[in-house]
Design a protein around this ligand. Structure first.
Ligand code: SF4
Length: 373
């Protein structure tokens, strides 16, 4: 994997306290660190600011070349927003960072973070842990599934910031939570030194190498992802896999089938907590951003229709056919593994699985009652 390396690290006052900053300095001795009282002075947000404007609004590519450190001022933990009218899986997210050092052509952050694209890490991990401890402690009868990969990749920055070494020991000791670390990287070295105590799921977004080469820039190869999953499995972690976004193209069936075969030949399906499937989806604004930033990508050229949640997807019959095929290949190799659909309608659930979860709690409960857990 071609590791991201920031050109500079911009540090807002107060963010230099704590392990994230120390780890970065240690890992990147040759990278310049710039200190500033206010990050906004450097983000091109204020026409009156005096600092150098390092990042013009909307310059998404430039945003990924620098790393900004800041203390987070709001809440770290939020309920996953899901997508209007789609079946939701009752998931919570921790936003310890914003934006991602990798650069997938279809990444929804190009739309979601368009007005605030800086690649930021929030350094007050002690506040994050206090907030999570308070929430989990107040609701011991509720079982939480929590992920850190909503608006960033959970592990891509880990070799520099050492974030997993801070939170894995905390979540490993929680009786009513599973923490999911979701990635397209192979940055698992730090995880291997920790004891997950059956409370941590490391998961990978999976696509055939052809899709990785064309549209998942700066990510680990398929073989590297599978090798990293094997190492995590050997270290006692549960695994997760997200076949998402599935892309339809000439020959997709052979590629996806081959990928499923290679994956299950390498990992023990009994250690898999969950698998999700989802097809390529994009808002019209994301499609425009994809065309502008990745003019050679074929993804925005396929036929898609606008769904009630405002996202463009393949026609429903095609989606159902793709899911059924994938589900068949998965089931043949891993008969008991829990499989769900991400951001799909009740009609599609019914056609693929023959049932629809009654509510988000039911789906969440099914996931935490999977035979692996
Ligand atoms: S790895 Fe995920 S968060 Fe990062 S660019 Fe790709 S889709 Fe976006």
């Amino acid at each position: 994997m071609n590791r991201f390396r920031p050109e500079e690290v911009i540090v807002e006052s107060g963010a230099e306290k704590g392990s994230i900053y120390r780890n970065l300095r240690h890992a990147l001795p040759d990278v310049p660190f710039i200190f500033t009282p206010q990050l906004s002075d450097h983000l091109g947000k204020s026409e009156f600011s005096e600092g150098p404007q390092l990042l013009a609004p909307g310059d998404f590519g430039a945003a990924k070349r620098r790393l900004f450190l800041q203390r987070h001022r709001g809440e770290f933990l939020k309920k996953c927003p899901g997508s209007d009218g789609q079946v939701c899986c009752n998931y919570f997210v921790i936003n310890f960072a914003s934006n991602c050092p990798m650069d997938c052509s279809y990444c929804y952050l190009q739309d979601y973070l368009a007005s605030n694209p800086a690649l930021k890490v929030f350094t007050n991990v002690e506040d994050l842990i206090a907030e999570a401890g308070d929430l989990l402690g107040r609701h011991r009868k509720f079982f939480f599934r929590i992920g850190t990969g909503e608006i960033t990749d959970s592990l891509a920055l880990d070799p520099y910031i050492g974030f997993s070494a801070e939170i894995v020991p905390f979540f490993a000791d929680q009786p009513n939570a599973l923490l999911e670390l979701k990635t397209k990287s192979d940055c698992v070295d730090d995880l291997l030194r920790l004891d997950p105590k059956e409370r941590i799921v490391v998961s990978w977004s999976m696509n055939p190498q052809r899709v990785i080469d064309a549209d998942e820039h700066g990510t680990a190869s398929l073989e590297e992802r599978i090798a990293a999953a094997r190492r995590c499995q050997a270290a006692g972690y549960k695994l997760g896999f997200h076949f998402d976004p599935m892309i339809e193209y000439d020959g997709w069936e052979a590629d996806y089938r081959d990928m499923v075969g290679r994956l299950f030949a390498a990992v023990d399906f009994r250690r898999i907590a969950w698998i999700s499937m989802g097809v390529l989806r994009a808002t019209p604004a994301l499609k425009r951003a994809m065309r502008m930033r990745f003019p050679t990508s074929r993804l925005p050229t396929g036929e898609q229709i606008l769904c009630p949640d405002g996202k463009l997807r393949y026609f429903q019959p095609l989606r159902v056919a793709m899911y059924r095929k994938m589900l068949g290949w998965i089931r043949a190799a891993a008969p008991t593994v829990f499989v769900y659909l991400c951001m799909e309608s009740r009609e599609v659930w019914q056609q693929v699985f023959g049932f629809v979860p009654a509510c988000e709690k039911e789906l969440g409960n099914q996931m935490t009652e999977s035979p692996t857990l």
